[in-house]
Design a protein around this ligand. Structure first.
Ligand SMILES: [Zn+2]
Length: 112
């Protein structure tokens, strides 16, 4: 390994602020009289896709983090104007079978 090259650690600690409070046996560490529930360790999946599962052990821990830090998170990429996706039209399609009938609303994308 070349000097100064960044070494990617093989794991990270879950970033969920309440991870260490969840009652699961895999979080129990320590010896009798000094047992703790510890934040989960996560294997860092080497991937070209940025993925929150590299930093959070579960959707619950991800949600806890997002709720706690919502203001800071949106400050990374604030949305001050709405985005728009061009569409061609909205269609109502009637369906029917022997039991009931229903109407499906389909949004037709604009051909580019
Ligand atoms: Zn977690």
């Amino acid at each position: 390994m070349m000097n100064g090259e960044k070494i990617m650690s093989e794991y990270v600690w879950c970033h969920g602020p309440n991870c260490h409070t969840n009652h699961t046996v895999d979080r129990v560490r320590g010896s009798k009289g000094a047992k703790v529930l510890r934040t989960r360790k996560i294997k860092f999946y080497e991937s070209r896709y940025n993925n929150f599962y590299n930093y959070f052990c579960s959707n619950g821990c991800y949600n806890d983090f997002a709720h706690q830090y919502a203001e800071q998170i949106v400050a990374i990429a604030p949305r001050r104007e709405p985005l728009e996706t061009p569409i061609d039209r909205v269609e109502k399609i009637k369906h029917e079978n022997e039991y009931h009938s229903w109407t499906e609303t389909r949004i037709i994308p604009r051909e580019v």
